[in-house]
Design a protein around this ligand. Structure first.
Ligand code: FPP
Length: 260
């Protein structure tokens, strides 16, 4: 639904626990280099961090976690690295899916299936068929994902409907557009975390992060822990979210609830 970003004009003090956290898991390569290991070992260690972070989200009461595992631009990386990420992803799903599903984690793939190896598509199909009945945490894995192409894809669907006379151009609203993104019916991310110190958005959730709070850390993704996530959430709780509005009069110090 993308409700947080669309149509909200007033200030909102005292943010509590973010409903939706989006993470760019950067720094796997640098971590591997620091350890004197091949880059793929950095990705392997990075994949291991996801479970702890998902569990911390459940403990905190975060409802949606979106992680950026492979962008469309990542196909430009050396063939051996791409193939290692594909294999690791398959392995991640095979090894972690059952356990996390039984803990109430509902998996969603964000991105295009077209272009992915058949073996990865088979794993994604299997997850869809056997997904959790509960939704304690919705874990979106952006894989073969690009924010711009997600927007173009939605525009094409709406243009097609308009072309067939099913929709008038003036009926295209932000709300309707949001419903044609991979994140349809999900709230926009409240908190965007990027590891490894880069100050870039990297074509990630471009529509959805219009008013998302950004938190960047120098920590490399393979060193990221549940405790670091709690630090990020604490920092978020001291923000004042305005969504383009003015600060509430006489209220300059938002008081977020404590996460302990
Ligand atoms: C960014 O670090 C990381 C990636 C592009 C790949 C992330 C993939 C995984 C962790 C494996 C798959 C995981 C799941 C959960 C499906 P980088 O390589 O750009 O690091 P660098 O900037 O230090 O070189």
């Amino acid at each position: 639904m993308g409700s947080t970003g669309s149509g909200v004009s007033g200030a909102q003090a005292a943010p509590t626990i973010p409903r939706h956290i989006a993470i760019v898991m950067d720094g796997n390569g640098r971590w591997a280099r620091q350890q004197g290991l091949p880059r793929t070992e950095g990705h392997r260690e990075g994949a291991r961090r996801v479970k702890e972070v998902a569990r911390t989200c459940i403990e905190l009461g975060v409802q949606y976690l979106t992680i950026y595992a492979f962008s469309k631009e990542n196909w430009k990386r050396p063939r051996t690295e791409v193939s290692a990420i594909m294999k690791l992803t398959e392995y991640f799903y095979r090894r972690e899916f059952g356990e996390l599903r039984d803990e109430g984690v509902y998996f969603v793939h964000l991105g295009d299936r077209m272009g992915l190896p058949k073996s990865v598509i088979r794993v994604l199909d299997n997850i869809e068929k056997n997904n959790s009945d509960e939704k304690r945490l919705i874990l979106n894995i952006a894989f073969n994902y690009s924010g711009r192409s997600e927007i173009v894809r939605a525009a094409r669907v709406l243009a097609d409907m308009a072309g067939r006379g099913e929709l008038k151009p003036e009926e295209i609203t932000e709300e309707l557009f949001s419903r044609h993104l991979f994140t349809a019916d999900m709230p926009d991310p409240d908190l965007f975390i990027r590891t490894a110190g880069e100050l870039r958005v990297s074509n990630y959730l471009l529509w959805q992060i219009a008013y998302t709070e950004i938190w960047v850390t120098d920590i490399l993704w393979p060193d990221f822990t549940g405790a670091v996530l709690r630090d990020a959430v604490r920092d978020y709780q001291n923000r004042e979210r305005r969504f383009g509005g003015a600060p509430p009069e006489g209220n300059v110090s938002p008081s977020g609830s404590s996460i302990g």
